[in-house]
Design a binder for this molecule. Structure first.
Ligand SMILES: Nc1ncnc2c1ncn2[C@@H]1O[C@H](COP(=O)(O)OP(=O)(O)O)[C@@H](O)[C@H]1O
Ligand SMILES: O=P(O)(O)OC[C@H]1O[C@@](CO)(OP(=O)(O)O)[C@@H](O)[C@@H]1O
Length: 397
């Protein structure tokens, strides 16, 4: 038994190939990924052998169809003045950072956030920044556990199901509370880098976030200016998703739920998300940039990075940075560290993760067939085909 075993198309959104000779898992031959240390993030290893050795012709060029050619070929806006070293203020305000995560559930947003924080902490350029994750799921659980004392009441009807698009308002309310908490802690000077950890899966949500960022930055009472960084996490590999769903079934939502029920519930949640998700695009980047510039009346910084399939698909042509001419050293240094993290994510963490996925399927093949059977009964080719169909009907295949 194994991960998604049937044949899968490589030009679709969701792919799987850990059985094949071109397998993701064959990437590890002869190398110890676990030795790729965090320290790698602290310097620019442009000519890394590791990177060269692990490049896989198919994987490194495999970009899902929904990512448009325009995005792949658009030039990077670089208006980057190296001599302007001492500016740490914008409009006399102290700069802080807000990382807006975008990505479907179980793509690794929370995990990659914690890796990014480790990386910022390990780099002398950024180790003084106080980083904090503001997770909308955690806030939801805190609020709902306080009132109903259960991790997650599983829905019997669609009107009770928080993740059903019918109930967007309820979910939005938790996101707003989370966002307000982030602004509050930034404003109180309790944190310098706030990571907004939610799926932020619709254009409407993202528009709302950036309206709020502009209000924050233009508020005369606020001492701080938030520099927004969009970090999109995508995962198209079926085995990765399957492994992640397995792990999600142990999170706080499902502490009191049996394994199979948790898997079924999370699978249902994923279908709801696939039916609504709109990836962040260059068009949206440009619209947001224009919106910020109109409202803040300055040439504001805006950054967009991607981690695709734990970094094994190179996202360089999708990433986009806008550095205004007034951009100070603190912003440039921090962005440089984030950029290095993105560029070397596969070596720092991705390959080790792939090893864990491989071990997971091997171990269950040998010993715990029951668990994997339960997972297989829900997260199988039929399920992935449904997800593929949902995302295609949503306009992004
Ligand atoms: N990059 C990664 N490195 C290690 N484990 C990961 C990674 N991405 C996902 N996982 C595994 O999948 C699970 C779900 O990932 P998570 O970060 O919670 O996703 P998300 O925040 O997007 O819902 C994690 O608990 C972890 O076991
Ligand atoms: O409101 P959106 O952006 O969908 O994000 C919040 C939701 O994302 C989820 C998706 O599963 O996050 P998490 O897995 O981190 O707990 C939900 O728990 C949470 O309620």
């Amino acid at each position: 038994m194994c991960g998604s075993s049937d044949s899968d198309s490589h030009d679709g959104y969701l792919t799987s190939d850990y059985n094949s000779s071109n397998s993701l898992f064959s990437l590890n031959n002869g190398y110890s990924y676990s030795s790729a240390s965090l320290d790698r993030a602290t310097f620019d290893c442009q000519d890394s052998d590791l990177l060269g050795n692990h490049k896989h012709p198919m994987l490194s060029t495999e970009v899902p169809r929904f990512i448009s050619n325009d995005a792949l070929h658009s030039p990077i806006t670089l208006n980057y003045k190296r001599d302007n070293d001492d500016v740490t203020y914008t409009n006399a305000k102290v700069n802080k950072f807000m990382i807006v995560l975008i990505g479907l559930p179980a793509t690794g947003k929370s995990t990659i956030s914690s890796h990014l924080i480790q990386c910022l902490k390990n780099n002398p350029l950024t180790n003084s920044l106080r980083c904090k994750v503001f997770n909308a799921g955690k806030i939801r659980r805190q609020i709902s556990c306080a009132t109903i004392s259960k991790p997650l009441l599983l829905a019997n009807t669609s009107s009770e199901d928080l993740f059903n698009p019918k109930n967007t308002d309820k979910k939005e309310a938790y996101a707003r509370i989370t966002l307000q908490k982030l602004f509050h802690e930034i404003n109180n000077d309790d944190c310098d880098v706030g990571i907004f950890d939610a799926t932020n899966s619709t254009i409407e949500r993202r528009r709302f976030i950036f309206e709020e960022v502009c209000s924050f930055n233009t508020d005369e009472l606020s001492t701080f200016n938030l520099v927004p960084i969009v970090l999109q996490i995508s995962c198209f590999n079926r085995d990765f998703i399957k492994y992640n769903i397995h792990n999600k079934s142990f999170n706080e939502d499902y502490l009191d739920k049996p394994y199979e029920l948790a898997i079924k519930d999370f699978a249902k949640r994923l279908k709801h998300y696939y039916s609504q998700f709109t990836p962040f695009s260059m068009d949206e980047f440009n619209q947001i940039h224009q919106y910020i510039n109109q409202h803040e009346e300055i040439d504001a910084s805006l950054f967009f990075f991607n981690v695709i399939n734990v970094g094994i698909v190179e996202p360089h042509s999708l990433n986009h940075s806008h550095y205004p001419s007034t951009c100070g050293r603190q912003i440039r240094d921090t962005i440089m560290v984030v950029e290095n993290f993105i560029n070397h994510y596969s070596q720092m963490f991705g390959f080790e993760y792939i090893e864990s996925v491989k071990l997971f399927f091997e171990k269950f093949e040998d010993n715990h067939e029951e668990t994997l059977a339960a997972l297989d009964s829900v997260v199988n080719d039929e399920f992935f085909n449904d997800l593929q169909e949902l995302i295609e009907n949503n306009g992004f295949s």
